[in-house]
Write a protein that binds this ligand. Sequence first.
Ligand code: BJW
Length: 250
Amino acid sequence: MNMKPVRLDDVAQLINDAKHLVALTGAGISKESNVPTFRGPDGLWRNYDVTKLATPQAFAENPSLVWEWYSWRQDLISKCKPNPAHLTLAKWEQDGLLKSIITQNVDGLHRIAGSKRVFEIHGNIWITKCTDCGFKTELSEPATHIPICPDCNGLMRPDVVWFGESLDILTMRYVEDELTTTDVMLVIGTSAVVQPAASFPLIAKDYGATVIEVNIEPTPITQILDYHILGKAGEVLPTLDTFIDHQDPD
Ligand code: BJW
């Protein structure tokens, strides 16, 4: 793969000059917080069968097994903190540089880092939803048993998006607005294989955005994008920040 070398000060200039900077994030941004990714050598899918855990059919067949896996992940995530990549994005939003984050992650670390305008397109691992009446509630600690709906006694499930399920329509409307408005998009730590998120950078590009990928390896969309910064998000983002001109937005 032939990739031109990228100067971080050039990319920082693009970020500085952006009118509507948006970040799309995936599991890789939380890797340095010790949240496991899905794919790759030590990804979750290496040891777990996706069809038995992350589909509506799997939940219908064996809700206990699915909840066991989610409870284990909730426990793991509860011990993780935002890393310098999450914190840099939060700082950029606070400084008026970054308009929004579209994240595939369910770990909630962007909000914990202080980011406000976050679209969690695959849901949030701490929210549960009744499979009968749709009632939602938030867990404050890992589930120890299958949660039961306080409203109708139905089975609660994690409020995440499994394979074959549609993404929330309202969230997608906001996301579409971001994709068609952004002029500079950062694509951080996603393998870009899961739809529809994998197409977001291409949609943004079609609408005229410059798209910058930050990843420890190339992805299927790398060649189509404008810049590929090879490196860990937790190192690349703070380095980019050192080149940013942090002036009062007024
Ligand atoms: C670092 C790093 C560091 C590591 N720094 N980087 C069109 C074509 C083909 C198939 C489909 C299609 N449309 C829909 C589908 C089906 C399906 C799909 O896409 N399948 C593909 C796998 C082929 N999509 C769906 O079913 C979606 N629904 C949908 O589209 O509804 C309409 C519809 C349905 C059916 C048919 C047609 C239309 C729903 C997708 C839901 C995904 N859900 C999961 C689980 C969420 C809940 C949970 O967490 O338990 O979401 S799967 C999993 O993958 C999770 C992630 O959000 C998602 C993406 O993964 P991500 O974030 O990219 O992580 P990794 O692990 O893959 O990659 C990590 C990256 O980080 C790597 O690149 C590393 O190199 C990098 N990295 N350390 C920077 N330090």
